[in-house]
Each structure stands twice: as structure tokens, then as C-alpha cells.
Design a protein around this ligand. Structure first.
Ligand code: C2E
Ligand code: MG
Ligand code: MG
Length: 768
């Protein structure tokens, strides 16, 4: 490794010293030996470099070694004629054959070592290299080649050999410009090679000139250039960058700006070279020198031609960029009017289409229907199964909606989980409502995710416009209807009615009114008693939250809990409810020997919050309520929405000794058999089933009968809620229901009332 890293430096310094020493050698023979030794050393360096650096692609270096070998052998052949045989070197000689044979290897080596699989040589690079080479050719022609052509002492073959040298050198210039100079961020060994090649070009040119003028003798200063070239090639081969090969340096190159910069940097050279042929023409003409006008003028035309090509390509490129810009612009316009995830039109495009549809309504006399749909429980899917599942559901819903609308209708995504369908040319408004109903059932059947049996459901609000209704009005009506559908548990489709608007506005106002409400103690809990039906004694309470707003007065949880849930306010509110319920229960239990219970309602968001278990633990610890005195109520629909997530939260809570009650049982979509999977302890039969209990009509009892039977089979306790009549009460006792709650026995009680009840009850029968 040490040698690999430093060899090139020693060779560089040592080599240059030898070049310096070369001129100090007194005898021409001694010089010749050193000259030949340096050439040979250069070839050896290449071979050693291959061995040390182990480049991936060795062929290029072997080509360079062959080229070096040819040149050195050429030198040696020359020496044999000159110093050994003491002959004047004939022309062309065997040495020329060797020299010229070296060039193809040189080209092959340079090409091979500058090959970059990641980037093709651009046509502009070729054109620019051609211009530079033609400039060099013009000089070379004017100074050297023209003389060869007109040299009558030469045979045709001799002339061709003579011309071959500068031609090869020009070809070398082309190659070096194209592959080495006009590229950015090359490896150090590439730069060394470029320096070596240009040195060789200059040396050849000066040498040829000296020979032409009969001024060359061996030991001339120009020899130094040839020797330096040998040294640099050896140094290049030994440089550690050889190991990396030709491509790596450009792997990280930013195509584009870097390239433009390199084009700009080369321009002065290219322009200067382009001026050479015409300048020679002008100079020779004005100074009255002889010149081969035909060749130089042809070169002028050729340079001009290449410049024209460059211009055409430039225009092409600008056109390409303009096209690209336009594509970008189209894309941006598309993005401005479409939803990125689903590709559906967005709110902006929808409102444009609604505008157009409404304008045509005035003409056709038909109506326009706008449906807004909001996915139920989407937030939970997102929170629990992850955003990728959420995204997949949205895309799927979008596709499904598109598949069922008519081609002239528009499906749009107008918000997180909100979709809209614009129906045009609606002849009969009932059709639109029917269609909305079909969307609900269709989606419920069609969307299933991650193997969960809980489908997705959508609540749809429909608004109709029959004359030139303003676009915003139709939007807000559809929105109001959708919110209505969402808050109404029974129906998933609502058609806009003017009464909804007031409620919507109210809803929106809640959001701002929540701010600071907890700090101002605007909430309190009512406790509704729950009785044991068998012995009619007090069993415990359900905590029901109340909001006393300073200006609107008492607000029902049915109105604000869904809004709190939507906005996330339910999280701090729920924590407050949990603590307050435990605190209130502790106060009640202090009045009696009985161990009364409190049931606290949990909402969807609370259940998926990772803070829930900690909050429950803290509430118990702070108030001294025992875990078996706390019951958490979860509605059946929430249970069914995300079984896995809920399951783990419930399991953890039950491990604390807390009981779980399934609220509003019978209203969700769960089949009774699903119940087995949930860690529940209590079932609360929904009021709607209790309502149907009728002594005179036993059919109404069927549901309640089977729920009680099932619950007992699963060792669950059963609570009937919403008992309002004596006959319901008695029927429930007959059916074996364990507990009951309802206005018949007691309404939700404030703190003072519940304390009074507990004091009065102390083991006594309090229910009717
Ligand atoms: P729920 O949990 O099913 O609560 C029972 C509701 O039925 C209560 O209404 C209660 O006052 C009412 N109720 C009880 N007995 C009768 C009866 O005999 N007849 C009639 N017509 N109604 C009866 P409330 O307090 O308005 O609560 C409504 C819903 O609001 C609750 O339904 C529950 O889902 C939610 N809620 C109430 N408090 C909370 C709470 O603290 N947290 C959460 N997350 N939700 C709550
Ligand atoms: Mg409840
Ligand atoms: Mg209930």
C-alpha cells in the first residue's frame, strides 16, 4: 500500500532529475543510452502500475505500453542506424514504421481508458474537438505539411510518411480534446495522460519544424519534451487513481449544470481555434506570403459547417427544453386541479365543473346533484393500520366511485377522507338520492382491507340545485347534509334541508367554543344510576358528561361529543371525564359500605391513544377507586372498526382488573359471534331494542332474548338501557337481564342528587 501510494511521486521526481541530467551528459552516445532507457522505463512503469493498481480494465494500459514499446524501439532503431552502423538514417526507415505503428495503440489506449459507461460522448464534444483540431491542422498544414507536399526531393511514399506524423498528431489532439479536456471531474491519471499527450503533440511539432529547417541535432532541447512525456506516462500509470478506473469519478457528477459549466470553460479555446484558419488566410494574403489557399479555405468552410451544426443543435436543445418546460407546466396545471394520491379532480376542478353544470341547468331545466361522502372511521384506519393502508383505502374508494358513476358525472376528492360526486342532468331528484344509497351499500360490500372483516362505510350528504344556485351555496348544502348523515347513526344518506344549515353553523361554532372551556370548568358529570334487576338495589352509575356553556347554556353530549371527536378535543376532555368520574365515585363510596361502580364512556380516539392506559392507572391511583369499580364503555361500532388495535388496548386494561362494557349493543354491524373475540365483561342492550319490548307482542322480545342468552353463554353481564316503562322492566326481569338503567328508575343525576340517592339506598331497595 505504501509503495502504491507513493511510487508515482518518486518516479516523477526521479524522472525529471534524469531529464535534467540528460543534457549534462557529455557524449551523444551516453545521451542515446539514457534516452532509450527512459523510454523503456516508461513501459516498465506502465506494467508495474498495472500490477500495483490492479485497474478493472487493464487493456487500455496494455495498449499504452505497446505504444510506448513501439516508440522506444523506434528510438532504438534510429540509434542503431546512427550510432552503431554509423549510417545516415534513411527516410522512410524502419524507425518510422515503428513510430507510426505506435500511434494506433496510443489511440486505442486513450479511448479505452477514457471510456465511461455512464455517459456517452455528446455530439457537441465531438464538434468542439473537431474545431480545435481543424485549427491545429491549419497551423500544421501551413507550417509543415504544405512544405512536405511541395518537396520535390521526396518520393510519394516518403511524402505520405512525412504527412502521417502531423496527421496522427492532429488525430491525437482531437481525441485528447474530446475525451480528456472537455470533460469535468476526471481522475488525476486522466489529467496526467492529457498533459503527456499534449506534450507529445508540441514536441512532435517542434521536432518536425526543426527537421524541416535542418536545425535538429540529437541532444536538442526538444528532446526534453519527449523525455518528459515518457516520464509523465509512467507517472500516470503508477498513480493510485488508476485503481478506480475511468467511470467512478463521474458517478456522483450532476449531469446538467456541471456539463454546461464545462462547455462554457472550453469556449475560449474553441472560438480561438475556429479563428485560426481564416486568420491564416487573411494574414498570408495581406503579407503576400504563399499559402495553399484551397486547403486553408476548405478548412474555413469545414469549421463554418461545424459551427452551423452547433447552432442547429443548440436550437434543438432549446426547443427540447421549451417542450420540457411546457410538459412541466402541464403537469403543474394538472396537479393544481387534481388530487395527487387518487388522481381524481380536486375541490378546485369540482367547483369549476359545478359552475358549468349549474350554468347549463338554467338552459335544460334539469337539476344538478352534488353528493359529499365522508368515510366513517377513516382516521382510525390511518392511526392504527398506518398511512399506507389509509392511502390504499382512499385510492380504492376513488376507483370504486369512478366505476359506478356515469361518464358525464365527476368524482372528486375534496379533503382527507371526503369524496364528492357531481351528477349532471338529473331528471328526477329521487334518482340522485337512490344513487347515493347505492354508493353506501356498494362501498360497504366492496372495500375490505388487510383481511379485516370490518368493511369501510361512507356517509353521504346530497344537495340538489334546480336553478342558478351559487356554487358555494351548493357546496355548503352538500357539506351540511353530509355532516348530518355522519352524526345520524341510523342512516348513511341525508338530503339537504334548510334546518341542517343552522346545525352546521352551530357545530362549527363549537370548535371555537371548546377553547379554554376545560380551564373555565364548563363541564360537569351527571351520574345515572344502574340497578340490579333481581333485587332492585343500586349497583352503580354511568357517568354522562354535560357542557354548560356560559351563553348557549346546557349542550347535549350528542351534539358536542362528535365534534370533540372530530377535532381531537375529546382527548383532553376524555381525560378530565375519567378523573372526574373516579373522583365523584370515590366521594359516593365514602358514604356507603357498598362497593358502587362507575361506567365511563370512551370514544374512538381515546381508545387508540397510547396514553389511555396510563391515564386510567393515574386516575385510579389518585382517587383510590379500585379497578373492579371502574367500567369502561365502548360502543360496538368502535369495537368493530379496528379489532386488532382495540384488542390490545382492552387486553391491557383488563389486566389492570378493569371491566369492559359493550355499549349500544346490537346497533353495530358485528355478528354476535364476533363478540367471543373481544375481551368484554358487560353487554349493554341498546335502547332501541328495549323500546320494542312489549308484553302483548312477544316478537319484539326476540332480539333482547337472544342477546341475553348469548351474553350469559359467554359469561357476560347484561345491562338494559333506556328502560322507560314498567312493563319493559318486568319483561327484562322475566328474561333474566342482570341490570337496568333508564328514566323509569332514575334520570341522570347531578352530584347532590346522586349523593342523596346513595345515602337513601344503603342496602335498601330503591328501584320500583
Ligand atoms: P350512551 O352511553 O348510550 O348513554 C345513554 C344515553 O341515554 C344518555 O344520554 C342517557 O341520558 C340516555 N338515557 C338513559 N336512560 C334513558 C331513558 O330511559 N330514555 C331515554 N330517552 N334516554 C335515556 P346522554 O347523556 O345524552 O348521552 C348520549 C350519548 O353521549 C351517550 O350514549 C354517549 O354515547 C355519549 N356520551 C355521554 N357522556 C359521554 C362521555 O362522558 N364520554 C363520551 N365519550 N361519550 C359520552
Ligand atoms: Mg354509555
Ligand atoms: Mg348506550
Amino acid at each position: 500500500m505504501g509503495l502504491r501510494a507513493t511510487a508515482w511521486k518518486y518516479v516523477l521526481v526521479g524522472g525529471l532529475c534524469i531529464v535534467g541530467a540528460y543534457f549534462a551528459i557529455p557524449s551523444a552516445n551516453g545521451q542515446t543510452v539514457v534516452y532509450s532507457a527512459l523510454g523503456t522505463a516508461s513501459v516498465v512503469c506502465i506494467l508495474v502500475g498495472i500490477h500495483l493498481n490492479r485497474p478493472k480494465d487493464r487493456l487500455g494500459w496494455y495498449f499504452l505500453a505497446l505504444a510506448g514499446g513501439c516508440f522506444t524501439l523506434g528510438d532504438d532503431a534510429w540509434t542503431v542506424y546512427d550510432a552503431v552502423l554509423h549510417l545516415s538514417v534513411p527516410f522512410p526507415s524502419f524507425a518510422d514504421a515503428l513510430y507510426l505503428a505506435g500511434y494506433p495503440f496510443l489511440f486505442a489506449g486513450v479511448l479505452r481508458l477514457t471510456r465511461n459507461p455512464n455517459r456517452s460522448v455528446r455530439r457537441e464534444d465531438n464538434a468542439d474537438a473537431a474545431i480545435v483540431s481543424m485549427g491545429a491542422l491549419a497551423i500544421s498544414w501551413h507550417v509543415l505539411m504544405n512544405s512536405y507536399v511541395h518537396d520535390t526531393t521526396l518520393t510519394t511514399f516518403g511524402m505520405l510518411v512525412n504527412l502521417a506524423y502531423p496527421m496522427m498528431d492532429i488525430a491525437l489532439v482531437f481525441l485528447v480534446c474530446r475525451t480528456l479536456l472537455f470533460r469535468e471531474s476526471r481522475q488525476p491519471f486522466h489529467k496526467l495522460l492529457a498533459v503527456a499527450m499534449l506534450t507529445m503533440f508540441v514536441a512532435d511539432f517542434i521536432y518536425d519544424l526543426l527537421v524541416l529547417q535542418n536545425r535538429y541535432t540529437s541532444g536538442n532541447a526538444v528532446d526534453a519534451l519527449f523525455l518528459i512525456e515518457y516520464v509523465i506516462i509512467g507517472v500516470a500509470a503508477l498513480h493510485p487513481s488508476v485503481a478506480a478506473g475511468s467511470s467512478e469519478a463521474e458517478d456522483g457528477e450532476i449531469i446538467g449544470s456541471g456539463e454546461e459549466a464545462s462547455v462554457r470553460h472550453r469556449m475560449p479555446v474553441v472560438i480561438l481555434a475556429g479563428f485560426i484558419p481564416p486568420s491564416i488566410l487573411v494574414l498570408t494574403a495581406s503579407l503576400g506570403l504563399s499559402a495553399n489557399v484551397l486547403v486553408i479555405a476548405s478548412l474555413c468552410i469545414a469549421v463554418f459547417g461545424v459551427i452551423c451544426l452547433r447552432m442547429i443543435w443548440l436550437i434543438d436543445r432549446i426547443d427540447g427544453q421549451t417542450l420540457e418546460l411546457k410538459k412541466n407546466e402541464d403537469y403543474l396545471r394538472h396537479m393544481a386541479f387534481h388530487d395527487e394520491l387518487t388522481g381524481l379532480p380536486n375541490r378546485a376542478l369540482l367547483s369549476e365543473r359545478v359552475g358549468q353544470a349549474l350554468a347549463s341547468v338554467t338552459r335544460s331545466g334539469r337539476s344538478v346533484a352534488l353528493c359529499f361522502g365522508d368515510l366513517d372511521g377513516f382516521k382510525t384506519i390511518n392511526d392504527t393500520l398506518g398511512h399506507h393502508v389509509g392511502d390504499a383505502v382512499l385510492v380504492k374508494v376513488g376507483t370504486l366511485l369512478e366505476s359506478i358513476v356515469r361518464p358525464e358525472d365527476t368524482v372528486a376528492r375534496i379533503g382527507g377522507d371526503e369524496f364528492a360526486i357531481l351528477m349532471v342532468d338529473v331528471v328526477n331528484p329521487d334518482d340522485a338520492v337512490d344513487f347515493a344509497g347505492r354508493i353506501v351499500t356498494f362501498l360497504h360490500e366492496a372495500v375490505e382491507f388487510e383481511g379485516s372483516q370490518a368493511g369501510i362505510s361512507i356517509s353521504v350528504g346530497v344537495a340538489l340545485a334546480d336553478s342558478a344556485t351559487p356554487v358555494e351555496k351548493l357546496f355548503s348544502e352538500a357539506d351540511a347534509a353530509m355532516h348530518e348523515a355522519k352524526s345520524n347513526r341510523r342512516s348513511h344518506v341525508e338530503v339537504f334541508e334548510s334546518s341542517m344549515r343552522a346545525r352546521l353553523v352551530e357545530r362549527l361554532e363549537f370548535t371555537s367554543r371548546f377553547r379554554g372551556s376545560l380551564e373555565r370548568s364548563e363541564f360537569f358529570l351527571d351520574f345515572q344510576p344502574i340497578f340490579s334487576l333481581g333485587d332492585r338495589t343500586l349497583r352503580g352509575f354511568e357517568a354522562l358528561v354535560r357542557w354548560h356553556h356560559p351563553t348557549i347554556g346546557l349542550v347535549s353530549p350528542l351534539d358536542f361529543v362528535p365534534v370533540a371527536e372530530e377535532t381531537g378535543f375529546i382527548v383532553p376532555l376524555g381525560r378530565w371525564i375519567l378523573f372526574a368520574a373516579c373522583e365523584q365515585l370515590a366521594a359516593l363510596n365514602a358514604l356507603t359500605d357498598e362497593s358502587l361502580t362507575v361506567a365511563v364512556n370512551l370514544s374512538r380516539r381515546q381508545l387508540v391513544s397510547h396514553l389511555l392506559v396510563d391515564n386510567v392507572r393515574a386516575a385510579l391511583a389518585l382517587t383510590g377507586v379500585r379497578p373492579d369499580q371502574l367500567i369502561l364503555e365502548i360502543t360496538e361500532s368502535v369495537l368493530m372498526e379496528n379489532p386488532e388495535q382495540v384488542l390490545s388496548a382492552l387486553t391491557e386494561l383488563r389486566a389492570l382488573g378493569i371491566r369492559i362494557s359493550v355499549d349500544d349493543f346490537g346497533t353495530g354491524y358485528s355478528s354476535l359471534s364476533h363478540l367471543q373475540r373481544f375481551p368484554a365483561d358487560v353487554l349493554k342492550i341498546d335502547k332501541s331494542f328495549v323500546d320494542q319490548l312489549n308484553v302483548s307482542e312477544p316478537a319484539g322480545s326476540a332480539m333482547v332474548t337472544s342477546i341475553i342468552g348469548l351474553a350469559h353463554n359467554l359469561s357476560l353481564e347484561v345491562v338494559a338501557e333506556g328502560i322507560e316503562r314498567q312493563d319493559q322492566f318486568e319483561r327484562l326481569i322475566e328474561l333474566g337481564c342482570d341490570y337496568g338503567q333508564g328514566y323509569l328508575m332514575a334520570r341522570p343525576l347531578d352530584r347532590r342528587q346522586s349523593e342523596a340517592l346513595v345515602e337513601a339506598s344503603r342496602g335498601a331497595v330503591v328501584a320500583p
